[in-house]
Design a protein around this ligand. Sequence first.
Ligand code: PLP
Length: 359
Amino acid sequence: RKPFNFSAGPAVLPEAVLARAASEMSDWHGTGMSVMEMSHRGKDYMGIQAQAEADLRELLNIPSGYRVLFLAGGATLQFAALALNLLPEDGSADYIDTGIWSSKAIGEAQRFGTVRVAASSKDSGYTRVPDRNDWNLDPNAAYVHLCGNETIGGVEFHDTPDVGRVPLVVDASSHILSRPMDVRRYGMIYGGAQKNIGPAGLSLVIIREDLPGRARRAMPSILDYGKQAENDSMINTPPTYAIYLAGLVFQWLKDLGGLTEMARRNEAKARLLYDALDASSFYSNPVAPENRSWMNVPFTLADASLDAEFLKGAEARGLMNLKGHRSVGGMRASIYNAMPLEGVQALVDYLKEFERTRA
Ligand code: PLP
């Protein structure tokens, strides 16, 4: 059988999507052309992008007052772009610090304006989300930023915090489309595509239409959310093939029943894995149970000198890319939308076997 790929990103994509892309690779719908070869202003490609947006709107139930942008550059570019677009020179923004990715977002925004860290779980070693009662929010902040799922630490917000009237901006790179989201609770939702959406390099921005333009800064036009919205994300040539693939993923999600069904599957996968880790004293996950990510599950072995042997045995069973992030070590299993339950079951079987024979 095909190996199970637990990579944090770029990550596994649905087999059905890859098969369909392969079958349409050099001749899309009888045009004799690959989507890669089509003019972005042509009828066929414009139709593909419009359908991708319509399907995404349906999946996330995006209200009409929100714009959807398909942009190049990955989530890291949006760390900067969102500050350029939303953070006025005479204002400040509140950031919630829950780990490596929120820290990177903070560092990037600080290059362009005043950032307040309104809450941090650094003292806990980033093993939880800071208690909402301890957030020191500024009611006049331009926005509140948080990372909805820390891909490296495996810490996820399972509820949308109430931040009053200040627009809430969420980095949803590693949990977007894993479950329903109430878009109305957010000013902006953004993410890189390479986990639950498609190829790396594409990023998605969903933004309330009154927000762009508030900061009025000089910036490259392709980073200007207002201009991109006016131009249907086509100020320049958009990453057309990546958007086409994202569209195939959206159709796959619709076919299997949308985000409520996806959430049911993801919760079941996560529960299976966390239960196995918790049932053993050989493996451990440091994250507070109420903040454990459904998407990224870091864990350590009681004896780190067995790490290399663990990974070698995993690969021999087709369980790939379980090595933890270089900054934290240990292991990490990323179990995004396209990871089937059988993959998680195979991992759990291996965890038990390894512990029985080596611990
Ligand atoms: N934010 C989160 C939560 C991520 O997991 C990542 C990348 O893996 C990024 C941002 C950065 O994304 P990119 O590499 O597309 O810039």
